[in-house]
Structure formats: C-alpha cells, structure tokens
Design a protein around this ligand. Sequence first.
Ligand SMILES: [Zn+2]
Length: 292
Amino acid sequence: MRWSKRAAALLASLLLLLTAVQAGGMGKEPSARERPVLNTRLTAPGEEREASKIPELTVVAPEPVKEPERAAESAKPEARTAEAASGKERKDPVFPEAEDWQILLVNPWNEMPEDYEVTLKTLPDGNKVDERAYEDLAAMLEACRKAGLQPKICSSYRTQSKQTYLYNNKIARLRNAGYSRKAAEAEAGRWVARPGTSEHQLGLALDIVSQSYQALTKKQEKTAEQKWLMEHCWEYGFILRYPNDKSEITGIGYEPWHYRYVGREVALDIRDSGLCMEEYLLLREETLEKQA
Ligand SMILES: [Zn+2]
C-alpha cells in the first residue's frame, strides 16, 4: 500500500503525540533508545578507513522529518520482523555481570586482540565454536529441530586466512562487476568483515540458515527456521547481531542469519533493551562508570 504524504504525516504526528503521552504518563526517564549522543568511544584510533566512511555511533531520537517514512514502515508488519521478534516492550537494560570475552566488541572499528586465543569444540556437523558457547548452541539447535525445523550452520569459526580469503574474494567479484578498488573495498566490508574484524574469528558467531533455503539474502528472514531463531536465540545466549534497522551503527548490512553468542543473561538484556550490541555496550560502559 502506498501512503500519500499527507496521510503519512498525519499518522506520524499521531504517533509522536502518543509517544509523548506515554512517556509523560509513565513519568519515566527517556528510554535508552532516546538518550542522545553516544559517541566515538567505540572508534579505535589508528583506523585505516577514511573518516567519511565511518558512520558516527550516535543514537538519536527519530527526527520528525523522517517520521512519515518510519510511520509507513511500521504500518507494514513484515517490515518490523527483527524488531518484533526481539520483544514487544522495551525495557531499560540492567547490565548483568559478564566476562570480557562475552561482550568483546569486534566490528569494523574494533579489531580483535592480536593475541586472542580460543579453545574450540567441534559440533557433530564438523563446525567449530568456542567451547564456552557449545552447550547453549547445541541446546538451541536441538530445540529448533524439536519444533520440526531444519536449521543448518553454514559458517562458524574462521581462521584469519579463511577470513582473508573470503574478503579478497568478495572484492574480486565486485571488481569484476566494475567497482573501483576503493569502492569495492568499501562495499565488501559491508558484507564480509575485513580480516581481524570478524566475530567469526572469535568462534562466537554462527551463520545459520534453513536447510531448505540456504541463500544469504534478506529472504532468509522469511524461513520458518529464521523466524524461530529470531524469536528464541536470546533464550540460549545468542543475539541477532546485525538487525535491519541498525546497519548505520553496526557498519554491517542486515544479516538475518548471523548470531553472536554473549551468554544468556546478556542476550536477554540486549533483547529487552531493543539496542544493538554497539549501543548496548556503550550505554553499559557509561552506566557502570557513573555507578563507580
Ligand atoms: Zn556471519
């Protein structure tokens, strides 16, 4: 359905009004999502990329100008899959205790530590993961299968050389398609992390697809397996790491198949907060600093 601009603008103002009423009525602080300006702490110094390519890690309240689009988007139920799956009501995070490895941030601006060591455990299908994620992963896959589904891990732990191979391969394909070297590197990085910046190298990330539909495309979210995983992964300590509406912050395009292990308590906390990992960790740092 196509919204006329007027109708969309009207709906937007209604939504804004409703939000304001709710916020006022509950007499609460602004939610984590609305808190302004989380910035730059997550940007590593000595970053190779040009500043212009680095999206600022800023959490901003929705701008009124953009409201019509957003209103139209949220009016379409299927456009909200990831968000809907991640929980209905947003709650302020409580930041349970966690070990460093659980909340280790690896993204385009934060390389994994060079001396990072991982003890791997091999699944029956041959995939390897950090042994600390093994039990929860096995339980999640078993529950998914018990629900009558057929999840298939298509990528798990990767070595630096495997990641380098995948990255270079992506660049080569983009170059063949006519991209300049610079443009190919930028585009490749949105889909295959630069070596050293992939969570797969931690052994804590998994790409899981449906046995009956294995393409890594947006359509993956429509499979019964993905719907189940998006709804239940949090119970087993996994988060949907690259949600549709957070690409600007994660630096990675929407991947409705990539799950990152953070442990059960943290995963549920992240789900309830509605934040992506970058936002969550920044807020966590700020909050714990204030409390110290
Ligand atoms: Zn992945």
